[in-house]
Design a binder for this molecule. Sequence first.
Ligand SMILES: [Zn+2]
Length: 247
Amino acid sequence: MRYELMLPHQIRKAIAENWPVVLPLGVLEYHGEHMAVGMDTLAVVKILELFKTEAEIVILPPFYYGAASYVVAAPEGSGSVQVGGNVLAPFAEELFYSLLRIGFRNIHAIIHHQTENFAAGMPTDLAFKAAGRQAIFRFLEKERGEGWWGSAAMADYYAEHAEGSNFFNWVQVHPLMPASMHSQYPFDHAGIGETSLMLALCPEAVDADHFADNTGWYTASALEASAELGRQGVAMILDHLRATLLR
Ligand SMILES: [Zn+2]
């Protein structure tokens, strides 16, 4: 369900049943002359719209204002919007803290932008990962007081940790495409991989009349994009979401 359309009794049900609460996280960034600047975020939004037809999840309103950076193009006339990670982190901490206050304990952000480096992290995902940790520490300390971890009530912490139940799983950040997918589907910026995903998920975000206006090396393969290839990518991503969100 879309969070902004939920009634309080539906929110209470989602909390009681521990539904995944998912934030589509992304940027607005120049993606060549042929594709919309929202691509990285639209891919997450559109995939989650498909996923919610088969799974009970809460989808938060998307956050588009991540750290696009200007590595691809300067912003003047290109459309890239850059908000640095240092600014994002306090916002994200407040957002996650508020979601914990509401009662959610199964919170996820899904991001596509720059996730070829997800293991080490890039500014947007690092800011949200750190913010999730900060929010959890702050929330637990407020709820339980200082010294909560060292108290006798926590004696089975490591046993529960081994079972997979852990406070620090309350907020997680995931790439839209897992690293294991990179050998099976082209990972690129505004090339065949991303353009195909948009043709499959959001065709209005691609205008073939403007392929010829591209000059960047990274868009050279976009001409070979197809909705069929994009659908193959979508199927792989849906498998990844099933494995990640429905554990
Ligand atoms: Zn992209």
